[in-house]
Design a protein around this ligand. Structure first.
Ligand SMILES: NC(=O)c1ccc[n+]([C@@H]2O[C@H](COP(=O)([O-])OP(=O)(O)OC[C@H]3O[C@@H](n4cnc5c(N)ncnc54)[C@H](OP(=O)(O)O)[C@@H]3O)[C@@H](O)[C@H]2O)c1
Length: 364
């Protein structure tokens, strides 16, 4: 029987280097509703191979690293697996990592931090009970920082919320006559579809549903709808026009409430872990006011529209010192980038974790 996970453990310099490589690999993953997880296999002769989790439904980091090691004919029976998050022990969209580790006959595992998801936790104990040497706590703070936002939505038992704003330079999302298609460029809309493809659900208010008749689906670069679609959600009490795309889509969830928390509870209960709120201004204001927005993508078009609809309505902020402060998010890509003629601004509302310069260089 190996050491119990969670016990104070000693780590070698090579193990520390391998865990840093795993943390760097984790950073390659998709930020948002999924944890960023990296894994490194350290061989008896000091070789390190890494893997990372690439987002919902893709292989977990441990499986990636094991697959690469197999491809390289690495002897795993004398290796140590280092992983930034406790190996999962449940059947989610992929099988349990504990089974993959046991099947690979890896004798020793080090994980940085325990899995805060009660559904997936316990992998350390399972492996220790199976006779592996299991240690934890190496680079724990770095691993926690990497996943601060994911942990926050997990502990609040609500979906991770991304807000999308597509606005003119003077902050409008619609002109005075309510026309709004399109303020931003085709390139911005393509990026927005890439974001849509990562989420479980996309929400608009009844105002947008009626004004724009959106489909709220995710389309690929060729404009064709992807196989795996997020769930369209409409918030508000009004009925939708019977011939609208959302009314005709049997998957549409119409939440007849103005209560954001109630809506999030219902979405969470329905299995949504990542929600994209696309507006309009009333609903965006309600989500910001409720303090539940985790991430913001703002597409800023080089247009001046004049009197129209401001992008966020109803924030009861009376003075500058009460302003809602956003944090430029450089973690995945630069917080400011060009998409065609537009600027894409990426923000977090809480510390998004270390940026690309926040971790030491990979040692692989
Ligand atoms: N450029 C862009 O990216 C973009 C994106 C989205 C929208 N828009 C534009 O925005 C305009 C629509 O703005 P909007 O503000 O009317 O749209 P909205 O925010 O989509 O919908 C507002 C409606 O949602 C319902 N609602 C749901 N939760 C609410 C809450 N917590 N508080 C108050 N009402 C709530 C209310 O209707 P009920 O009476 O039904 O409850 C309310 O009238 C359109 O011109 C659209 O084209 C632009």
């Amino acid at each position: 029987m190996g050491a119990q996970p969670g016990e104070a453990a000693e780590f070698t310099d090579l193990e520390s280097a391998a865990m840093i490589a795993a943390l760097n690999a984790a950073r390659e993953g998709v930020r948002g509703a999924n944890p960023l997880v990296g894994a490194a296999i350290l061989t008896a002769d000091g070789q390190i191979v890494t893997g990372h989790h690439g987002g919902t439904g893709t292989p977990h980091a441990e499986v990636e690293a094991i697959t690469t090691a197999h491809d390289l004919d690495i002897d795993l029976t004398t290796a140590t697996l280092l992983v930034t998050l406790e190996p999962c022990d449940h059947h989610g969209r992929t099988g349990p990592c504990t089974e993959a580790i046991l099947a690979a006959e890896i004798p020793s595992v080090v994980f940085a931090s325990p899995d805060p998801n009660p559904l997936a936790a316990g992998g350390g104990n399972t492996l220790a009970e199976a006779g592996l040497t299991v240690r934890s706590g190496l680079c724990e703070e770095d691993s926690r920082a990497l996943n601060a936002r994911w942990v926050r939505s997990l502990t609040e038992a609500r979906p991770f919320v991304t807000a999308k704003i597509a606005q003119s330079l003077d902050g409008a999302v619609a002109a005075a006559d309510a026309t709004s298609q399109w303020i931003t460029s085709a390139e911005s809309r393509a990026h927005a579809h890439e974001v849509r493809s990562r989420v479980d659900a996309i929400l608009v208010g009844t105002g947008t549903a009626v004004a724009d008749d959106p489909r709220l689906n995710a389309r690929g670069p060729d404009g064709i709808a992807l196989d795996d679609q997020p769930r369209p959600v409409v918030l508000g009490t009004s009925e939708l026009p019977v011939t609208s795309f959302l009314a005709l889509n049997p998957n549409t969830l119409h939440l007849r409430t103005h209560d954001v928390r109630e809506a999030l509870d219902e979405l969470y209960a329905a299995g949504a872990r990542h929600l994209l709120v696309e507006g309009g201004p009333t609903v965006l204001g309600a989500f910001f006011s409720a303090g539940v927005v985790d991430e913001v993508f703002c597409y800023q078009a080089p247009l001046l529209i004049g009197p129209g609809r401001g992008s966020v309505d109803g924030l009861e902020i009376g003075t500058l010192s009460e302003a809602l402060q956003l944090i430029p998010d450089d973690t995945e890509t630069p917080a400011v980038s060009r998409v065609g003629p537009d600027f894409l601004l990426h923000f977090a509302t809480a510390d998004p974790g270390p940026d690309s310069t926040g971790l030491p260089e990979s040692v692989t």
